[in-house]
Design a protein around this ligand. Structure first.
Ligand code: MG
Ligand code: MG
Ligand code: MG
Length: 316
C-alpha cells in the first residue's frame, strides 16, 4: 500500500511539482522519524492529468520523471496538494483515507472524520509552503526539488506579478534559486511561462481546459479557466472559435456560467470571456458591463484572488 500525493484536476506546475516534492518530504520524514505526519507506507506522487508544456519543461530542466496518473482514490491513502475542493479532487475521495492537505487556496469543501495534517498559508504557491516545511523539520532540499518548487512559485505568481504574490514567495524563491543553480530568476521565469503561450497546436477545447476549475457558487455550477500569454495577440484570431466551444461546454456540462481568463502577462490584465445564463453577474462582480463576448479587467491576473471571490460574492 502506498500513500498517494495528488494535486488538482487539469494540473498546473504547482499541482504536479508539489505532489512530487510532498511525496519526497513525507518519505524523508518517515525515514528520519521526524516531521508532522507519520506514515508507514511509501509516499508516491501522482497527477490527475497530463503535464502542460510549462510543467513538462520544468520536469525536464531538473531531471525529474513524470508521476503516474491517479484519478480515482477509492480505498487509497491520500494527501492532497494545491486544492481542497471536491470538484477538483480525485473521484471517490469520500471512500479514501485522507491524511493531509498542503495548500494555499481558500478552504474548500473537503472534510475528514479524523485529525489530519492541514497546512494552508495565504501565499502565492504551495511550493512556498513546502519550502518552509523542509526548513522547519530540518530536511535538506536537493537541487531538483528546489528547482521544482522554484518553477511552481514562478508559475503560480506569474513571475511575482500576480496579486497573490507575497514577500515570503520572493524570499523563498531566491533561496530555492541558489540551491537549484538558477542565476537569473526572471529570465528563467519568462522561459518557463513562454512555454504556455504556444497555443497554435491546441484545439479550442484544449485551450479552455488547460487550466480550468469547477466551482459550486451558491448552488450554481461555474467553470473558470485561465490561459496566460506573453501577448494576447497570439490568440486574437481564435476568440470566436473559443467562444463557440465555451457555449458547447456550458450546455454539455450544465453550467450556469463558463469564464475564460485570457491573461496578458506583460500588460498585466485579463480579457475575460463569458458565457452565462445571467450577464448581470459580470457587472455585479467586476463593475464592468458585459456587452459583447468579453470584458477587459485591468490589473487582474489571479483567478484565486481577483476573479473567484468577487464572483462568489455576486452569486451569493
Ligand atoms: Mg494550482
Ligand atoms: Mg498553486
Ligand atoms: Mg494556477
Amino acid at each position: 500500500m502506498s500513500v498517494y500525493v495528488v494535486g488538482h484536476k487539469n494540473p498546473d506546475t504547482d499541482s504536479i511539482a508539489s505532489a512530487i516534492v510532498t511525496a519526497y518530504l513525507l518519505n524523508k520524514w518517515r525515514e528520519k522519524g521526524c516531521g508532522l505526519l507519520k506514515i508507514d507506507e511509501e509516499a508516491v506522487p501522482a497527477k490527475q492529468g497530463e503535464p502542460n508544456p510549462e510543467t513538462a519543461f520544468a520536469l525536464e530542466t531538473f531531471g525529474v520523471s513524470v508521476p503516474e496518473t491517479v484519478t480515482d482514490v477509492e480505498g487509497k491513502k491520500v494527501v492532497l496538494v494545491d486544492h481542497s475542493e471536491l470538484t477538483q479532487a480525485p473521484e471517490n475521495l469520500d471512500k479514501a483515507e485522507l491524511l493531509g492537505i498542503v495548500d494555499h487556496h481558500k478552504i474548500g469543501d473537503v472534510t475528514t472524520p479524523n485529525p489530519i495534517l492541514f497546512v494552508n498559508f495565504p501565499v502565492g504557491c504551495t511550493g512556498t509552503v513546502l519550502k518552509l516545511l523542509f526548513d522547519w523539520t530540518g530536511v535538506e532540499i536537493p537541487k531538483e526539488m528546489a528547482g521544482l518548487m522554484l518553477s511552481a512559485i514562478l508559475s503560480d505568481t506569474v513571475i511575482f506579478k500576480s496579486a497573490t504574490t507575497t514577500e515570503l514567495d520572493k524570499k523563498v524563491a531566491e533561496e530555492l534559486a541558489k540551491i537549484a543553480g538558477v542565476d537569473d530568476i526572471t529570465k528563467f521565469g519568462i522561459e518557463l511561462k513562454a512555454k504556455l503561450s504556444a497555443v497554435d497546436n491546441l484545439s479550442a477545447r484544449e485551450i479552455i481546459l488547460r487550466d480550468f476549475k469547477d466551482f459550486n457558487m451558491s448552488g450554481n455550477k461555474v467553470g473558470v479557466g485561465q490561459i496566460e500569454l506573453v501577448d494576447l495577440n497570439l490568440i486574437k484570431d481564435r476568440i470566436d472559435e473559443i467562444y463557440e466551444e465555451m457555449k458547447k461546454m456550458k450546455e454539455e456540462g450544465g453550467y450556469h456560467s463558463v469564464f475564460l481568463m485570457l491573461t496578458d502577462i506583460m500588460k498585466e490584465g485579463t480579457e475575460l470571456l463569458v458565457v452565462t445564463d445571467d450577464p448581470s453577474i459580470v457587472e455585479k462582480a467586476f463593475g464592468v458591463k458585459l456587452e459583447g463576448k468579453s470584458v477587459w479587467l485591468d490589473g487582474v491576473m489571479s483567478r484565486k484572488k481577483q476573479v473567484v471571490p468577487p464572483l462568489e460574492k455576486a452569486f451569493s
